[in-house]
Each structure stands twice: as structure tokens, then as C-alpha cells.
Design a binder for this molecule. Sequence first.
Ligand code: SF4
Length: 304
Amino acid sequence: MLGSVQAEIMRLKKEKDICILAHSYQGYDIVEVADFTGDSYQLSVEASKVSQKTIIMCGVRFMAETVKILSPEKKVILANPVAGCPMAEQMDREMITKVKEEYPDYTVVAYINTSAELKTVCDVCVTSSSAVDIVNKIDNKNILFIPDCNLGAYVAGKVEGKNIKLLDGGCPIHAAVTAQDVVNAKKRYPRALVLAHPECTPEVLERADFIGSTSQILDYVNSSDHDEFLIGTEVGVVEHLQYTNPTKKVLPLSRKLVCPDMRVTTLNDVLNSVKGTGGEEIILPEDIIRDAAKSIEQMIRLGS
Ligand code: SF4
């Protein structure tokens, strides 16, 4: 049963014809009032298809920017303006422009977890689930993969005949998990399967039973006959799985897997955004939208 704040959000979003998006890492109270839950790319695609002209993104800034890039005619509100992503902010357009001068014959592949501005100097975006497939399809053996060197190293291990250059960047939350954390967790829960996101380090991935994106991890647990799992991605995913799989034991692989930026958005932020008294409208210059869209369109073309 919905609480009173949730009921008010549901009433207002219907009255004002607003669509609410919640990234899978958000708290379950927010997921319950959302029209769609998923990873950043899935949410952007859903937002581009809905009739609502106002979209509220419960997630971090680059996700709201991606929604805006794919639906420039819509009003896109980031529910809590403080929610950034340390990985998306590690590299900027100027830095990558300089690196490109050093590596002029490289195709720049950007994880979707990058700012709109950075996407304008990249050739193609990827998600964690499409990265291997898309890099394989690129008609150039030289690839500059940014910003996550862990995801990039994972992709490099899966593709053949590519020369993949990585930079020193990545998700500090996933990168904080160590091989020893996996050993300790497996000692405590020997029957549990370890499911890890490719943003984790190679040492952690080596010890995982399954490596996949957030949605692939969700699908794996939802469809598995096994009943005990250690989840190597942000704890929001653990919470979702515990609600949807009450008979299975679903635990975080490590206590370090808490992203403060993903936790910062509250139900009250969503309420204030729906009321029009909170959140921040994402405004992007037309040329940024146009140029950033090219790398996303290329991802869609190569991924299909
Ligand atoms: S979990 Fe990592 S990639 Fe996701 S928002 Fe937090 S810092 Fe960024």
C-alpha cells in the first residue's frame, strides 16, 4: 500500500500529466511511484516514446541530460539537482579533445555515463550491456574507451583484433570493492552466486559467477532457480531484488556498494518536483544536444 506522500505524487503526476523515471539504483519508495524503472538508456528511450511533455528523472545528472538529448522538446526535471556522478564528471570535453589530438586515428567510445558536453566529442556511446557488441562492430581496430577503465578492460578481454586504449577513470563505488571482499563474502555465504557489474575491477570480475549490466543482473536473479546471491553493484539493486524475490536470499557483495549520489534523491524531492517547487530543469544548448545526439544515434545504429 502506498504511503501518503506517494499517494500525493501519484495524484499530482496524473493531474499534471507528468512521467516519472527511476533508475534501478533508486530507493524502492521512489520506484513505486515511477512510470518506468531501468538503466539510464532504457529510461531515455521510454521517455522519448511517452505522450507526457514533462519528465522527472530520479537518478543522476547525466541520466537527465541523456533524456533531454533524446527528447529535446520535452521539459526534463532532475528531481534532486545535487545528484551528480563522480565518474561522469572525471573527464571533460577539453581533456578528451587533447587526447584525441594524440590519438587521431582512434574511434572514441564513451560509456553512456558521461556528460552531454563530453558526448559531443565522442564517436559512439555504449551501455554496459551493449559495449562488447558495439566495439566488435566498429570498423576501426583502434579504440579509445572512456571513462571507465574497468568496463573498458572487460570489453578488451571480450573482443578480438582491437587495440583498446584506456584512461584512468571509473566508478569509485564499484572500483572500491576488492578481491578480498569477494573472498570474505563467499566464505560467509558459500552457496551464494556472485553477480558482478563490469564497472568492478578485473580482480573482482575474475571471482564472479556472472558478469552483467544492472538489467542483466536483475534478469539473472529473477529467472534463476538458485536462491542465494551476492550482488556486485549498487545496493539499490539488492533492495529491488529483495522486494521482487521474497523467497530468495539477495545480499550486497560489499557494504562499499552505496553510491551517495544515487541515495540523495528522496520521495520529498519527487513530490516537490511534481508540485513544481523543486528539482532542476535541464537546459542544454542546441548545439550540445545536436552533437551529443550523434554519438547516441550511432550507438542505436550499431546496437541494432
Ligand atoms: S554508482 Fe558509480 S556510475 Fe553510478 S552514479 Fe554512482 S558514481 Fe556514478
